[in-house]
Design a protein around this ligand. Structure first.
Ligand code: ARG
Length: 430
């Protein structure tokens, strides 16, 4: 391992192993820093040892690699699921959820290493820069942040030349046409041909989901069991969080479920065409919402729609560690204690449809709802209920009578048993 030599001090760099963050190691060293890298496993199927090796070979003086999958699921993904968090009602926030976790560990390593700053490889156009910086500072308010890619103003060619000079391997021409970010909750795909929203995302943009026309011709039925709003089993098999999501990504992905294509309103002011594939997230959010309709009261269900949107917005907009978001977590934890039961889904040609729900905490009572034998609903009580329920409207109308004079009869409408309105004398006639 190369020896740390303090110049301006140490910087902890969030390191993915890709070209930008590898060039960032060399660039930060050229600026007089020693570089410690940090690579987090949040389920993105990278080889952490390879990333570590590459960091050290590229000149890092120390390289942390950490498997944060369990914490990602328990402290970020499950709270977001309890809130049905989807930005613009569509994006399950897979990338946005990993940033506060990575930032928290960046801040922690910076303390451990007595570093003067942390660094990330984001450009100046995205929201990941905002998330890394706000979330790192929320955990370590004195921390300085350096953003090499935002600062260096390299063209792509200049970056490649700089990489070559510093012995950093450059990806083959044509590879990396998309900008990708992946974790257990899904995969984000941006750039290239996708920048024109008229272009349909090509098949090669996707790796977690099959094209719906290449999926099995018979449906698959699947059962998800929830305890306190959290999925705990698939088809009756109890699984830990990361394993459950991984398994579900494969099952639902094979049925083409979970592709998202949207125009996203970025925090930094412009609209961006975003493509995602989130097979597990799609199934779990649909199933969770369905189970909530069975187990939560009408008022809670109606009231929390606005809170879900607020939760998603705060997650998207770098406010994961804000007091408001924490307060909403308390609310969602509270209401989710009753979200227990099993949801049955049918997966077929790109769709996951909820076809059954059951719960020990069901508020649906068949004897109240049935139109058949065993009806327990008090029909007679409806008379008094309607009288009182309608009282405000009727009182209002007594004071301000409705104008029925303008009502027009339509052709064929009966005015008495014998008489119908003739066709040529109907609408508009007196
Ligand atoms: N638009 C998404 C978001 O802001 C995805 C970001 C993906 N990040 C990336 N570096 N490719 O949450």
């Amino acid at each position: 391992m190369p020896k740390c030599e303090e110049y301006k001090g140490k910087v902890v760099l969030a390191y993915s192993g890709g070209l930008d963050t590898s060039v960032a190691i060399a660039w930060l060293k050229d600026q007089g820093y020693d570089v410690v890298t940090f690579t987090a496993d949040v389920g993105q199927s990278v080889n952490l040892e390879v990333a570590k090796d590459k960091a050290l070979k590229t000149g890092a003086c120390n390289a942390y690699v950490m498997d944060l999958t369990s914490e990602f699921v328990s402290d970020f993904v499950w709270p977001a699921l309890k809130a049905n968090a989807m930005y613009q009602g569509t994006y399950p926030l897979n990338s946005a959820l990993s940033r506060p976790l990575i930032a928290k560990y960046l801040a922690w390593i910076a303390k451990e290493e007595n570093a003067v700053a942390v660094a990330h490889g984001c450009t100046g156009k995205g929201q990941d820069q905002v998330r890394f910086e706000v979330c790192a500072k929320a955990n370590h308010p004195d921390l300085k942040v350096i953003a090499p890619v935002r600062d260096w103003h390299f063209s792509r060619d200049a970056e490649i030349a700089y990489a070559a000079e510093h012995g950093i391997p450059v990806p083959a021409e044509g590879s990396g046409v998309y900008s990708i970010d992946e974790n257990l909750w899904g995969r984000s795909i941006e750039c290239g041909i996708l920048e024109n929203p008229w272009n349909e995302p090509p098949s090669d943009a996707f790796t977690l989901t099959k094209d719906p026309w290449d999926t099995p011709d018979t449906p698959l039925y699947l059962e998800v069991t929830f305890e306190k709003g959290i999925p705990v089993a698939l088809d009756g098999e109890t699984l830990d969080g990361p394993t459950l999501i991984k398994k579900l990504n494969k099952i639902a992905g094979d049925y083409g479920v979970g592709r998202i294509d949207m125009l996203e309103d970025r925090l930094v002011g412009f609209k961006s065409r975003e493509v995602y594939e989130c097979p597990g997230a799609h199934v779990l959010i649909s199933a969770h919402k369905a189970l909530e309709t069975l187990t939560l009261s009408k008022d809670v269900l109606q009231g929390k729609v606005a809170m879900e949107q607020q939760y998603a917005k705060m997650t998207y907009e770098a406010n994961w560690f804000s007091p408001y978001k924490e307060a909403l977590d308390v609310f969602f934890d509270h209401v989710n204690q009753y979200v227990n039961g099993v949801v049955r889904l049918r997966l077929y040609k790109g769709q996951a449809v909820v076809v059954g729900v059951k719960s020990p905490n069901a508020l649906y009572k068949e004897d109240l709802a049935t139109y058949s034998e065993g009806d327990a609903f008090d029909h007679d009580a409806a008379v008094g209920f309607i009288k009182i329920w309608g009282l405000p409207v009727v009182t209002w109308r007594q004071e301000h009578p409705a104008d029925l004079g303008a009502l027009q009869l339509l052709p064929g409408m009966k005015v008495s048993a014998e008489e119908t309105v003739p066709l040529n004398n109907a609408v508009g006639g007196k």
